[in-house]
Design a protein around this ligand. Structure first.
Ligand code: GAP
Length: 473
């Protein structure tokens, strides 16, 4: 079972402290969210899984953490200043701002959006009016000024919040290459915040203006790029399975030539079933991540060497040439780049939706169980005293928490009856509860309860850590 819709996860998240609406006490801020004590742990575990897999376990990828604010020229030469925009349409009746490329119209397979708008067959999803403006480009980059600028309009102080982490990697290509003495193929991985002034954010943490990306740029010989691209498409599907996401809720989408970004030769998206409540199967899925073959676009764009047919340099501002010299063939060329780009927030949402389960207990009550993979669970073990007014029981329970803590995130909780405490831990995905009872004081054993089966087992205190460690892995 998975969550029936995103709303179920919104409500669970607020109730249990995964995600809260941002600036809530001031009326909120459109599509901004804060991560609570459990949400931040879950997000950290997702990032840790990605980082360990790519940077630590593989031998061909280096890590990086570049600045959010870079020289404006980075975004000029990457093409973002000119092309990183969405087609914006206004409804003249209700003044709603809409993304033209996301609007529905029946003839969508036969005529273009521009023609459909001109023929007035596209309806505003808010009020149903067909009186919509022509589409115009709206640049998604957030602008800011750096230093003591004379005014917000001071062009010399203009900078942007990065709309993707990728460019920080490209402009550091030579730094990493020289300092790590890498040879092709190799990758550079980075996790960090990105910002886009989205026209129509929404669907909880699915599309927000501030979000987090896990991007890896894999540099290779042009002739190897198609094969490596396919390998990462396969590998990333497996990574999602390893996070507990079921294959039934994932599918691949090959972007059409019209959809491809200006830099891409081929892009395959991995889609997740974020909207299971929708009637049409195709509309249930939306993008979880993209895996692009960016060719040599970015390294060339930031290099001083490339010239047009007229002999003029494309980039007169950079001081570097980001080409690669192959010692074996004595050739210099611009590597191709394969880019798997994942959103932390969308991954977290997919994990929560897929883990959501409802189960009925023997009293006929429906309980929520979050069947998270143990390595992702914010809390691995909860130690619960059966009687909180008995000092020996409380003391043993608190001791156990301390013993387990360095090896696994453990909490102590005595804020309710045992049934309530079990239900709370099930709902936040804690794989094991350890109960200390009166008998524990005599037999030095505790009851370990499994989140998914609700089965209970008596385990000696001296063996508890080993027992839990084995079951958690
Ligand atoms: N460097 C390539 C790049 O940024 P993208 O497809 O625009 O590609 C990669 O973004 C991933 O980042 C998406 O697949 C999605 O998971 C996440 N993402 C993009 N925009 C987002 C937004 N507004 N809110 C949340 N996540 C977003």
């Amino acid at each position: 079972m998975t969550a029936p819709n995103i709303e179920t996860i919104v409500s669970l998240s607020k109730r249990r402290g995964f995600v809260f609406p941002a600036s809530d006490i001031y009326g909120g801020l459109g599509s901004s969210w804060d991560y609570g004590s459990l949400g931040v742990e879950l997000a950290n575990n997702v990032k840790q899984s990605w980082w360990s897999w790519l940077v630590h376990e593989r031998d061909d990828i280096e890590g990086l953490d570049s600045s959010i604010i870079q020289n404006r020229l980075v975004w000029k030469y990457s093409g973002h200043e000119e092309t990183f925009s969405d087609p914006l349409v206004d409804c003249r009746d209700c003044q709603t701002r809409l993304r033209a490329d996301k609007l529905d119209y029946a003839e969508s397979r036969t005529i273009s959006m521009e023609d459909a708008l001109a023929k007035k067959i596209v309806k505003c999803p808010n009020c149903g009016s067909t009186d919509l403006t022509d589409p115009r480009p709206f640049n998604l980059m957030f602008r800011t000024t750096v230093g003591a600028a004379s005014s917000d309009e001071d062009e010399s102080a203009l900078a942007y919040l990065r709309p993707e982490t990728a460019q920080g990697i490209f402009i550091n290509f030579k730094n990493v290459l020289d300092s790590s003495r890498r040879k092709l193929p190799f990758g550079i991985a980075q996790i960090g915040k990105a910002f886009r002034n989205e026209v129509t954010p929404g669907n909880f943490i699915f599309r927000t203006r501030e979000f987090e990306q896990m991007e890896m740029e894999y540099f290779c010989r042009p002739e190897d790029a198609p094969r490596i691209h396919q390998e990462f498409i396969d590998e990333f599907q497996k990574w999602f399975y390893s996070l507990g996401i079921s294959a039934d809720n994932l599918k691949l989408y090959e972007q059409t030539a019209k959809e491809l970004a200006h830099y891409a030769e081929r892009t395959v998206d991995i889609l997740y079933r974020f909207f299971p409540e929708r009637d049409v199967e195709e509309k249930q899925f939306d993008e979880l991540m993209g895996i692009a073959n960016r060719r040599d676009f970015d390294l060339k764009a930031h290099s001083k060497k490339p010239e047009g047919a007229d002999g003029k340099r494309f980039n007169p501002d950079t001081t570097e040439d980001l080409s690669y010299f192959d010692e074996a063939t004595k050739q210099r060329f611009y590597p191709y780049v394969i880019e798997p780009a994942v959103g932390v927030n969308r991954t977290l949402l997919a994990i929560l939706m897929d883990a959501y389960t409802e189960q009925t207990n023997d009293k006929g009550e429906t309980r929520v169980i979050l069947k998270l993979k143990p390595e992702l669970a914010p809390i691995k073990v909860a130690v619960l005293p059966l009687a909180k007014n008995k000092p020996e029981i409380v003391s043993l329970a608190k001791d156990l928490k301390k013993q387990l803590l360095p090896a696994m995130r453990t909490v102590y909780d005595d804020t309710g009856g045992i049934g309530k405490l079990y239900a709370r831990q099930d709902e936040i995905g804690t794989p094991f509860c350890v109960t200390v009872d009166h008998e524990s004081l005599d037999d030095n054993a505790v009851t370990v309860r499994d989140r998914d089966t609700w089965e209970q087992e008596r385990v000696q205190v001296t063996e508890l850590k080993d027992y839990l460690q084995k079951r958690l892995t």
